[in-house]
Design a protein around this ligand. Structure first.
Ligand code: PBG
Length: 325
């Protein structure tokens, strides 16, 4: 007689069993696809450090958005890299600025595609920091927050379905909520990058968004990767200030944070699988060192299992295609 009464392998012995007892399922609606918009027309410029990702002019962004929407992607997250960069982040506040034009063009062409707009100053400032810089070279939190609210208002007026502040200034969610409400846009949700870490994994993005800081780094506003409790503090504050969804970013190295956040709040939790997480998998796959499809699905399943309801990923179109196949 067998000495083992308990054998967990019994429910692993066939694909049917495995499918029946599977705990975590990925759905197409969970994925948000980031896109990078640049000036000009007819521009489709490959991002070297992110194979498969392109900087697109507004017309090309509309075309690409149409393709991914036809493939089943429900939402995109827009980043703009305008030509005009100055201390005031003028382009981001301008109704005729690059981001606002891209939002309006995509919504006009594809009303059913959800467009989230990343709200930050780094792409539109000459110094590349996410807030205003004082003559002493410090980040001026409170004037930055006022500008960020104007940027969010500009994007909401352009038709964004949600605004997503990624700057990590204190108090920006409350300021954005107040201004949107005052201007009759109380129905536009705020997706807060609530626990955003100062991460080495943003490297490839800075090529795509042309947003690397000209001096210093972002550690006075983005979080120290060593801190977990502080993430809860940030997230709870943002919920109190009116965030409709909260984000943890990056995703893969912060699964414990995602889990703690999921357990601590009642709003949907979003995780951002960032550029470096994408590029690592792509680079290894290109060399034949890893099975790309298996690796992508495993990382995304892990992020969802950790507690992320929604996932922002550069793999979104590919994953949605796999899930629908
Ligand atoms: C800018 C911003 C960054 C990302 C999203 N918004 C970069 C940064 O903070 O330097 C990173 C996204 C990615 O790496 O995919 N506020």
């Amino acid at each position: 007689m067998s000495p083992l009464k308990v054998r967990p392998r019994r429910t692993r012995q066939s694909d049917t069993w495995r499918r029946m007892v599977r705990e975590t399922h990925l759905r197409p609606e969970q994925f948000i696809y980031p896109m990078f918009v640049v000036p000009g027309s007819g521009v489709r410029h490959a991002v070297q450090s992110m194979p498969g990702i392109f900087q697109l002019s507004v017309d090309e962004a509309v075309k690409h958005a149409r393709e991914v929407a036809a493939g089943g992607v429900t939402a995109v997250l827009l980043f703009a890299a305008p030509e005009r960069k100055d201390a005031k982040a003028s382009d981001a506040r301008d109704r005729e600025g690059l981001a606002a034009r891209a939002i309006a063009a995509i919504k006009k062409a594809l009303p059913a595609l959800m467009v989230w707009a990343d709200v930050c100053l780094c792409g539109a400032t000459d110094h590349g920091h996410c807030g205003h810089v004082t003559p002493q070279g410090r980040i001026d939190n409170d004037t930055s927050v006022a500008t960020l609210a104007e940027v969010a208002l500009n994007y909401a007026r352009a038709g964004a379905d949600a605004v997503a502040p990624s700057d990590m200034m204190d108090g920006r969610v409350a300021a954005i909520r107040a201004l949107l409400d005052q201007e009759g846009l109380s129905e536009v949700p705020i997706v807060s990058y609530a626990a955003k870490y100062a991460s080495s994994f943003y490297g490839p993005f800075r090529e795509a968004a042309e947003s690397a800081p000209a001096f210093g780094d972002r550690r006075s506003y983005q979080m120290d990767p060593a801190n977990g409790r502080e993430a809860l503090r940030e997230v709870l504050l943002d919920v109190e200030e009116g965030a409709d969804l909260v984000m943890v970013k990056p995703a893969g190295p912060y699964l414990d944070v995602i889990r703690q956040v999921r357990d601590a709040v009642r709003v949907p939790v979003v995780a951002y699988q960032v550029s470096g997480e994408y590029s690592l998998i792509r680079a290894a796959a290109e060399r034949g060192w890893i099975d790309e499809r298996a690796a992508v699905l495993e990382t995304l399943t892990g992020i969802h299992r950790a507690g992320a309801d929604l996932i922002i990923s550069y793999f979104a179109p590919q994953v949605v295609a796999w899930l629908r196949a």
